[in-house]
Design a protein around this ligand. Structure first.
Ligand SMILES: NC(=O)c1ccc[n+]([C@@H]2O[C@H](COP(=O)([O-])OP(=O)(O)OC[C@H]3O[C@@H](n4cnc5c(N)ncnc54)[C@H](O)[C@@H]3O)[C@@H](O)[C@H]2O)c1
Length: 459
């Protein structure tokens, strides 16, 4: 009997056997305007911020029917032009272009906006858009401050509009399958006691972003849009442009690597454990990039009281070393471990040597898991610890996922606007999960454990 992949459609989660036979399922075909179904309930969309992540979101949207692209706003002419060109080329639609968000919201009748500006603009842009009557999809981290994030929740409640936060793993069928079917329903890991997550990035991927000065906004524009905030001294144009391109390095503009990269994964800790941490301790350093305001490497430990008992989670973000498995979250239990990542290649499942084999065999027979040949074998020459456990058996998921990683989250947003489903990560749920992350830098700075109270975490 096939597993009840309740949250998955067959299209989303395709059997590995099909991949094995070489079926062309990896890359979705690109829809053009004439291919899209004519639907009455087109959602009129605007974009705020047309940088790198905007491109990722747009590429995740091109195969979703029912979107009418109306307008885009960015303070950089060249990026606006690129967005205009991409939409025109693909959909034969000429969008309106704006430099000023308020202007776009006033002049255009939009159902929804997608916000992918730097973190310190998320809260003002989200609140403006909600108050203008738009539903909002806003990128993570909700804000660079807890107050900013809380104000977004209040604005969502006040306006009654939808506000989806860009933690796209929440809508990812693979993540939903692992949580709902494997961890919660079949309890394959037993009691989860430890969690381990990381995002390790090479030095080469952590360099300053540079750009041709001729296409960048002038100093007075960058000051008008707050790129000088938090700077004690007067900044020259070059310094302002550095802040504009590299806003992630500055404490008044972003939360640094722990929030930029850690936000996604610490969100998964909290979502999967069904709990918020009770405390955090952390260590960080400006160990290599000595002139950056944020820590370039951070390690932290969260404590939890979960419905299963107490547990702890270790997270590290490295911007100076990529070795050690890239980025994943690993849920380690008494019967097994599931290491999951947005990248399928980093997803691994292990059964503990003493765990009940019949249960795992049954799941394999019913198609919930695939069993792999053991990857770890011990030879007599490398056995040194007499109490070492037998190597765990290795398993894989029964399916693959053939959409761009952000597409299901955008689909969830659009279908929620149509009233067909509920958001998987609205601003309140996002903040419940994000709130502890805002305290990691403070814990690392003070080198003291922060024990969370409602004051720290309230939403
Ligand atoms: N969900 C994910 O997987 C993911 C991945 C990467 C980035 N992000 C998030 O997306 C957001 C954008 O990141 P990015 O890498 O695209 O940054 P970016 O710097 O490449 O792009 C930001 C864009 O916003 C524009 N902008 C800045 N201030 C503005 C203002 N006041 N009004 C209008 N436009 C303005 C800039 O000109 C730029 O084009 C960030 O919050 C980031 O955390 C999410």
């Amino acid at each position: 009997m096939m597993p009840n992949l309740s949250s998955l459609s067959r299209r989303d989660f395709i059997a590995k056997s099909a991949i094995g036979t070489g079926l062309a399922i990896g890359v979705p075909s690109i829809l053009r305007a004439e291919d899209l179904p004519k639907t009455k309930d087109l959602i009129r969309v605007g974009f705020i911020g047309c940088g790198k992540q905007h491109e990722v979101l747009f590429n995740a949207m091109v195969n979703i029917p029912g979107i009418q692209y109306v307008a885009a706003c960015d303070i950089m002419k060249e990026r606006l032009g690129r967005t205009y060109g991409s939409i025109y080329k693909r959909f034969d639609t000429k969008i309106k272009r704006y430099y000023e968000v308020a202007d776009m919201l006033e002049k255009e009748s939009l159902d929804a906006v997608f916000i992918s500006t730097p973190d310190f603009w998320h809260s003002p842009h989200t609140i403006m858009a909600l108050e203008a009557g738009c539903h909002v999809y806003c990128e993570k981290m909700m804000s660079n401050t807890l107050e900013g994030a809380r104000a977004m929740v209040t604005a969502m409640d006040r306006t009654g509009k939808l506000c989806q936060i860009g933690h796209q793993r929440r809508s990812n069928p693979r993540y939903q399958y692992v949580l709902n079917e494997l961890l919660n329903h079949h309890k394959v890991c037993g009691q989860i006691i430890n969690v381990n997550g990381q995002w390790n990035r090479a030095l080469s991927s952590s360099q300053d972003i540079v750009s041709k000065p001729s296409i960048l906004p002038r100093a007075e524009i960058l000051k008008r849009y707050g790129f000088n905030s938090g700077a004690e001294n007067k900044l020259n144009e070059e310094q302002l442009r550095h802040r504009f391109l590299n806003w992630r390095f500055y404490t008044s503009l972003s939360g640094g690597p722990i929030s930029d990269l850690g936000a996604h994964q610490i969100d998964i800790f909290n979502w999967y454990l069904g709990a918020r941490p009770t405390s955090v301790m952390a260590s960080g350093g400006r160990s290599f990039f000595k002139d950056r305001e944020h820590f370039d490497n951070v390690m932290c430990v969260f404590d939890y009281d979960t419905p299963q008992g107490n547990a702890r989670a270790f997270y590290q973000v490295l911007t100076t070393t990529s070795a050690g498995g890239g980025y994943y979250e690993s849920f380690m239990g008494t019967d097994g471990t599931i290491e999951i990542s947005e990248r399928e290649a980093y997803t691994n499942i292990y059964k503990e040597s003493g765990a009940d084999s019949s249960k795992w065999d049954d799941l394999v027979n019913r198609g919930y898991l695939n069993k792999e040949a053991n990857s770890v074998t011990r030879t007599s020459s490398d056995v040194v610890a007499s109490y070492e456990s037998a190597p765990p058996d290795k398993y894989t998921l029964p399916g693959g996922f053939n959409k761009p990683p952000h597409q299901p989250h955008v689909e969830n947003f659009l279908e929620s606007i149509r009233g067909n489903t509920k958001l998987t990560c609205d601003a309140r749920h996002a903040l419940q999960s994000e709130a502890p992350i805002y305290w990691v830098n403070a814990a690392a700075e003070s080198k003291e454990t922060i024990r969370f109270t409602d004051e720290h975490l309230h939403t």
